[in-house]
Design a protein around this ligand. Structure first.
Ligand code: NI
Length: 175
């Protein structure tokens, strides 16, 4: 496994629409392994391949829970070519963040439940109902595959402010 660099705003690659994965090759498995290492290192709970500059429809996620003894129970999951099949009318609000928009958090309202179809690393197709944090996370990550960021759901004022902040930081870093 290897750490990969996470691209951040205002990197234009974040606006690319990622391509479907036709076959799970050793390269795709390696990419998924690297994405887990990068995600755990960050640390984060979800990562889309485009965040490590690979425009492919691949997501890693681990909504690890702490059990009663305080130990973290890891649940690493891979989603290849994920699709939202249905969304609930009911909405829920979570404070979201993104590894490509570091140290910025805002509340976002999304459908509370979604039905999702995806392929795993063995090429098996699954359909699942997601709710709670899982529903929010999978919607946030699928958005990445379509070049959409959570700041797109904020008011223009808030979005302009965060975009400017990251543009300025990038300029300073380039000087
Ligand atoms: Ni994100």
């Amino acid at each position: 496994m290897a750490l990969r660099e996470i691209i951040i705003l205002p990197d234009k690659q974040l606006r690319l629409v990622s391509k479907p994965i036709e076959k799970v090759t050793p390269e795709i498995r390696k990419l998924a392994d690297d994405m887990f290492e990068t995600m755990y290192d960050a640390p984060g709970i979800g990562l889309a391949a485009i965040q490590v500059a690979q425009p492919l429809r691949l997501i890693t996620m681990d909504l690890a829970k702490r059990d009663e003894s305080g130990e973290t129970k890891h649940e690493p999951r891979v989603f290849i070519n994920p699709e939202i099949l249905a969304s609930s009318a009911e909405l829920s609000t979570y404070e979201e963040g993104c590894l490509s928009i570091p140290e910025y958090y805002e509340e976002v309202e999304r459908p509370a439940k979604v039905r999702v179809r995806f392929t795993d690393l063995d090429g098996k197709v699954h359909e699942e109902d997601a709710e709670g944090l899982y529903a929010t996370c999978i919607q946030h990550e699928i958005d990445h595959l379509n070049g959409v960021l959570f700041v797109d759901y904020l008011s223009k004022l808030k979005r302009d402010r965060v975009m400017k902040k990251f543009e300025k930081a990038a300029k300073r870093a380039a000087e």
